[in-house]
Write a protein that binds this ligand. Structure first.
Ligand code: ADP
Ligand code: MG
Length: 615
């Protein structure tokens, strides 16, 4: 058989490598910013258009390249940063693989302008799909400008795979944050579609954080400092009362490189234990300095995990440093714990002396006499008039006002028959309910018993109601007497702007939306004023995790978040009227069997099932 193996041509090999290095525009941004930093720049500009799909440009004032270096820099494994394998264990630069430029040039239109300090004149290179198509001497300041246009122009499948401009922009912003936070002594400018969205002067770590995440951040930060032989920790955590629903602001930097470490994250979270609610996340900006020889960053170019020699020690040191910081800055006693009301001793009982239990005997007690008082018996079945359903809602309305009137969910051109089993009128008879463990609502139907998860049921009811509001656009808004002003980071504001339409149709009203704050003048009738901040926080967090492409799924996410946040929770006691209303509302839903998060809402037990248990 003839030989069939051959070496791939460089441009093909580069394209394959590019598949790993460049996943999306944000990967290019990361590589270019890191190169600018490695070149010793102290002013770096990032310019993007259309989420980086049309243009990504990084301009720096670093050391620049000679003409020969400029050409070489686009070769694979061409790097000035290491010369031998040992260097890998003593890295002080971001890059070292010599892959980035070669990969980027394989899949985009690239234009490089560069000049060194000593050269009189610089060089301009144009490369398309790994081919140099133009090289000219050019007058340009010291430093480098690298311009990447039409990313993935020659790989349509990859180009189509990219998300919307807004989503890609958000990924780019995340990368930008990471690099800018790690290098506060470098001045950064970031322009998006022609407008400057970040202008970060040279500063210290604290100011850099504040410049990125907004003025209000300053008061939230608690410094963390610890220095031992193996590790230096510095940076900030946010005070527990500012813990957020979103995991947004959590940053670890090791030797000024952003990393992800679930293990170290756990150390931080455990230091906060007991100080914040379990579904909230602490913010942190932590800078660890370790001996470069004790870490291994020789990992995949796009990954951000690194290996530490002695993770356990790091864990313990980090945890204690944070505990110490929380204690030292008197954060702990100032806390306002959220307590379970039911665990608290009511004030009027506090001074009472405990009574000594006494045994009393009823001498006339006859266990065989049927003298159980009527009132203590749970009525097994109580017939409800045909108007029972409506009555329940009327009662509910007058009790808790309109906000709990989730009964009127109806979808145009559809009549809803509320029944568990199709065509069975069983549910019409629901009139008695019982709450079990503050979690389930139990009710009887003709064939037996239904056990309903109260939280999931309410989620379903709210969800359908929100979706309906969004689609028919007639939500009732509750005007606030005093507008609420909330501060957010710029990227959070960008998300709010993205979902603004959905929020408006739900009944939110915004007075102003600024760079780092919003003023809210109206809220949906179902959202308590005190929870607006939390609800928006949660919306941003969920949206970040799961940014949708179209407006349908956008309203879906918004509705899901709202129903999750606002639904009755496990542990909440419901009076019998609310229980009843909830059950009936549930069975009036379009889909009453599964929660919006695909969990079963109730289980049934028929008489037969119960009989079997008695065998
Ligand atoms: P790496 O950063 O891993 O060395 P790259 O492909 O990113 O690989 O870059 C290749 C080389 O090009 C670098 O080692 C560096 O010498 C040079 N280079 C890239 N960007 C710049 C820049 N902005 N300023 C000066 N030199 C640069
Ligand atoms: Mg590089």
């Amino acid at each position: 058989m003839a030989d069939i193996i051959q070496l791939l041509p460089d441009h093909v090999a580069n394209q394959i490598a590019a598949g790993e290095v460049v996943q999306r525009p944000a990967s290019v941004v990361k590589e270019l910013l890191e190169n600018a930093i490695d070149a010793g720049s102290d002013v770096v500009k990032l310019i993007i258009k259309d989420g980086g799909k049309a243009l990504i440009q990084v301009i720096d004032n670093g050391i620049g390249m000679s003409t020969t270096d400029a050409r070489l820099s686009f070769e694979r494994h061409a790097t000035s940063k290491i010369t031998c394998a040992e260097d890998l264990f003593n890295l002080s630069t971001k890059g070292f693989r010599g892959e980035a430029l070669a990969s980027i040039a394989a899949i985009a239109h690239v234009e490089l302008l560069t000049k060194t300090e000593t050269d009189e004149i610089g060089v301009q290179l144009k490369i398309e799909g790994s081919k140099i198509i133009n090289q000219d001497p050019i007058v340009t300041p010291k430093g480098t400008s690298l311009c990447v246009k039409n990313l993935f122009f020659n790989i349509p499948a990859r180009r189509n795979f990219l998300k919307s401009n807004q989503v890609e922009f958000r990924h780019i912003t995340d990368e930008f944050h990471r690099v800018a936070l790690a290098h506060p002594t470098i001045e950064f400018h970031f322009y998006n579609n022609g407008s400057e969205i970040f202008n970060l002067p040279k500063s210290n770590y604290r100011q850099r954080i504040v410049n990125i995440f907004g003025g209000k951040t300053n008061e939230k930060l608690v410094p963390v400092i610890e220095e031992t032989q193996v590790l230096k920790i510095s940076g900030f955590i946010t005070k527990p009362e500012f813990a957020k629903k979103s995991r947004g602001e959590q940053f670890f930097f090791v030797n000024n490189r952003f990393i992800k470490s679930p293990y170290l994250h756990h150390a931080v979270v455990s230091a906060f234990e007991g100080l914040i609610r379990s579904d909230n996340h602490p913010g942190y900006f932590l800078y660890l300095d370790v001996d470069p020889a004790s870490i291994d960053i020789n990992i995949h170019p796009t990954k951000t995990e690194i290996k530490f020699d002695d993770e356990h020690t790091l864990y313990a040191l980090l945890r204690s440093a944070i505990k110490h910081a929380l204690g030292q800055f008197n954060v702990v006693p100032a806390l306002d714990f959220e307590q379970d009301q039911n665990l608290e001793t009511p004030y009027n009982y506090k001074s009472k002396i405990a009574e000594v239990p006494r045994v009393t005997v009823n001498p006339t007690f006859n266990p065989f006499a049927d003298d159980t008082p009527k009132a203590t018996r749970v009525p097994i079945y109580e017939k409800q008039s045909a108007k029972g359903w409506e009555n329940m809602f009327v009662g509910l309305e007058s009790k808790v006002g309109k906000e709990r009137d989730f009964s009127s969910v109806s979808f145009e051109s559809e009549t809803i028959t509320g029944s568990i089993f199709n065509n069975e009128p069983e549910v019409d008879h629901v009139s008695t309910t019982l709450q079990l463990k503050r979690k389930y609502i139990i009710t009887t139907i003709k064939s037996g018993m239904v056990i309903i998860d109260q939280s999931r049921a309410h989620q379903r009811v709210l969800y359908e109601n929100f979706l309906k509001n969004i689609t028919v656009k007639e939500a009732v808004s509750q005007q606030l007497l005093f507008p609420i002003s909330l501060s957010f980071s710029k990227s959070d504001i960008a998300i709010i702007n993205e979902i603004k339409d959905s929020l408006l149709t739900l009944g939110f009203a915004f007075d102003t939306v600024e760079d780092d704050s919003i003023e809210i003048s109206g809220v949906p009738i179902m959202v308590p004023e005190s929870e607006v901040g939390m609800v928006l926080d949660q919306l941003i967090a969920d949206y970040q995790l799961d940014a949708p492409e179209d407006s349908f799924s956008q309203s879906d996410i918004v509705s899901k978040t709202l129903c999750k946040t606002l639904a009755v929770k496990t542990g909440e006691q419901l009076d019998s009227e609310s229980q009843l209303a909830l059950v009936n509302d549930l069975f009036a839903c379009k889909e009453y069997k599964i929660s919006p998060f695909n969990k079963p809402i109730y289980i049934t037990m028929t008489g037969d099932d119960i009989d079997k248990k008695f065998f």
